[in-house]
Design a protein around this ligand. Structure first.
Ligand code: BGC
Length: 425
């Protein structure tokens, strides 16, 4: 069966963001930033305070870092040596969910079970030593309202997490109680940061000119160093929770997906750009093309990456996921569909970066900087990086020459250790 050409063209059109729309989205993002600085309740950006500025680069010592932000939980013991140098002394990792075995992120789990599981992993990272004192930095990659560096309350789960009893709670209290239940009183959680903040801290520890940190992976979000030039307050990193940005042009399928998701109406940008969702949107479009609307084939962003990279594997991948043989002439179309979604994603992410760059620049020129990004979509998805660079030029023209992006791999762990070090001040 060959695809209906008209329907295919319509899908591509619906998933394309043209130059004019791109510029409008960047301008709206900047507008929401300014609104959010005055009154976050009126903005679709949460603008959450981190209570941290940039690291000095002189942070030293041994710390524990908990990286809790996706299905894979990690605890690291990290030695900071200053000047961008560090050593990972130990690293342990476990998924929070193993299909058919256990699930600490579903609606049937409890907060206590979830945090007991985390405390067990902390115990592994310290080799069961309940004597030596450790400060623990916690990268908690969900929207959290902070009143200081320690006290962060989960506002709302994202990334389809559904564990009851955590929303509205101070996550480090839950962690502390779980550590205590297991006799681990020598580990003191002292800092909670978002993963975007961790990326910014980790990159800024190693090199100058870092003011924006972003995650472009299962989830998506960005933070930046707000200079507070007008008020004269000390600069502070703000977690925008940019995945919740709303002033977009969602397609028909984006709207359908959102309506059926765990949290309809929330995380609209994230649902259009991040790895967790891109595969699903691709699957929804494929189901229409295969005239099986509503069927869930379980496509992932990794399938999309393979589809874009290897034309000769496309038919095989589609057959394995959908059971359908596609016509030879449709292979290119399947590739085009996947590419269009990735390009849209990269362009929307860039529009948000440019909104921040315009805000930083005020009425002047864009400042020289490297945007620090971590995440599998940025790192591995074909077409992502090049389309970020292209969209930067499209929006900033010549000024794009002073801006580039750098991969900050594993920033969540290192950033948490740096935050723990900074908590001692
Ligand atoms: C969360 C953010 C996080 C991002 C990347 C989003 O779903 O709301 O807090 O930074 O995912 O992990």
């Amino acid at each position: 069966m060959a695809f209906n050409q008209e329907h295919f063209a319509q899908l591509i059109d619906e998933f394309t963001v043209n130059s004019e729309q791109l510029r409008e989205i960047a301008a709206d993002f900047r507008y929401d930033l300014r609104l959010g600085l005055k009154n976050p309740d009126e903005s679709s950006l949460r603008m959450l305070k981190s209570y941290l500025g940039l690291p000095s680069g002189k942070e030293t010592g041994e710390y524990l870092a908990l990286d809790f932000g996706g299905t894979n939980l990690r605890v690291l013991r990290i030695k900071l040596m200053g000047e961008g140098k560090f050593e990972v002394l130990k690293k342990v990792a476990k998924p929070l969910k193993v299909e058919g075995v256990y699930d600490f992120i579903g609606a049937d789990s409890t907060a206590e079970e979830m945090f007991d599981f985390i405390a067990e992993l902390v115990d592994e990272a310290i080799d069961g030593d309940h004597e030596k004192k450790y400060l623990l930095g916690h990268t908690f990659s969900f929207p959290s309202e902070q009143t200081n560096l320690y006290n962060a309350k989960l506002i709302i789960w994202t990334k389809e997490f559904a564990t009851p009893g955590v929303e509205g709670k101070v996550v480090n209290d839950l962690l502390k109680e779980a550590l205590h239940r297991q006799g681990i009183d020598n580990v003191e959680p002292t800092a909670v940061i978002n993963d975007t903040v961790a990326v910014l801290l980790a990159a800024a520890y190693k090199q100058p000119d870092i003011y924006i940190g972003s995650i472009y992976a299962t989830g998506h979000n960005t933070c930046y160093l707000e200079p507070y030039a007008e008020s004269g307050d000390a600069p502070m990193i703000l977690n925008l929770e940019s995945g919740g940005f709303m002033k977009l042009v969602p397609s028909r399928l984006d709207i359908e997906y959102d309506e059926a998701s765990e949290k309809p109406g929330e995380q609209r940008l994230e649902k259009m750009v991040s790895g967790r969702y891109m595969g699903e949107l691709f699957g929804m479009a494929m189901a229409e093309l295969l005239e099986e609307k509503g069927k869930n084939y379980g496509f992932t962003s990794i399938d999309m990456s393979n589809i874009i990279n290897e034309a000769d594997k496309v038919a095989e991948i589609i057959k394995a996921k959908t059971g359908h043989d596609i016509a030879a002439e449709d292979v290119e179309k399947v590739q085009k569909l996947a590419s269009t979604l990735v390009i849209r994603s990269a362009r929307l992410v860039t529009a948000s970066f440019v909104g921040i760059i315009w805000q930083q620049a005020g009425s002047g020129k864009a400042q020289k900087q490297h945007i620090a990004i971590d995440g599998s979509v940025y790192e591995k998805m074909p077409l992502a990086k090049e389309n970020i660079m292209r969209a930067l030029s499209e929006l900033l023209g010549e000024e794009a020459a002073v801006i580039d992006t750098v991969l900050e791999n594993g920033g969540s762990g290192l950033g948490a250790a740096i935050a723990a070090a900074m908590s001692q001040k």
